[in-house]
Design a protein around this ligand. Sequence first.
Ligand SMILES: C[S@@+](CC[C@H](N)C(=O)[O-])C[C@H]1O[C@@H](n2cnc3c(N)ncnc32)[C@H](O)[C@@H]1O
Length: 205
Amino acid sequence: MKKIRTKTNWIKEHLSDAYVQKAQQDGYRSRAAYKFLQIHEQYKLIKPNHRIVDLGSAPGSWSQAISSLLSEEGKIYAIDLLPMDPVKKTTFIQGDFRDEVILNDLEKMIENKPVDLVISDMAPNISGNKVRDQAMINDLNELTLEFAQDWLKPKGNFLVKTFMGSGFDEFVKKLKNHFSKVIIKKPDSSRDRSAELFLIGLEKL
Ligand SMILES: C[S@@+](CC[C@H](N)C(=O)[O-])C[C@H]1O[C@@H](n2cnc3c(N)ncnc32)[C@H](O)[C@@H]1O
């Protein structure tokens, strides 16, 4: 009985969520588009000619939102464990970002040339075990930062999703060694009940 009530409430919340409706109207594949757009509105992460790596890109709403901000020169390189329908100005590979082979494919895809922005909305499948889930997101974020160290241009920007929990403060501290400014952001479109937060690193040192 309790389970059914929880599910019903979730569906109600989901359907009445203004951002779900807005995403349908605006043609975005998910409400997540507004998380990126709200962050971009404030911090101006994208310029029309930018080359961007989008990690954890499926179903593709961040790529959709970004592609409409790019000129003909701009390009998105996207990767996800899951398949993703095509998005304009976007090249996609399906695979696990933690896998060496996939990382090599991604490096080939960006033609071994530094990029202007690295973003990650990757989230592990939540197991319910908080320690394990936090360790998994921390691991993904460390690898994302490593990728940015290797492939982000000096003065390039960085955006990564994380969760408040063990390892959070240490990761923020680490980011401060690599970027001129580090911002912790919870966009309005991120649900209050979600523990997700976004970390923005401006101007790679
Ligand atoms: C919240 S969704 C991303 C939503 C996306 N930003 C959008 O706007 O459509 C998180 C994605 O991260 C992907 N993901 C999680 N772990 C990953 C990994 N190790 N490698 C690649 N993708 C991963 C999941 O498959 C999932 O599609």
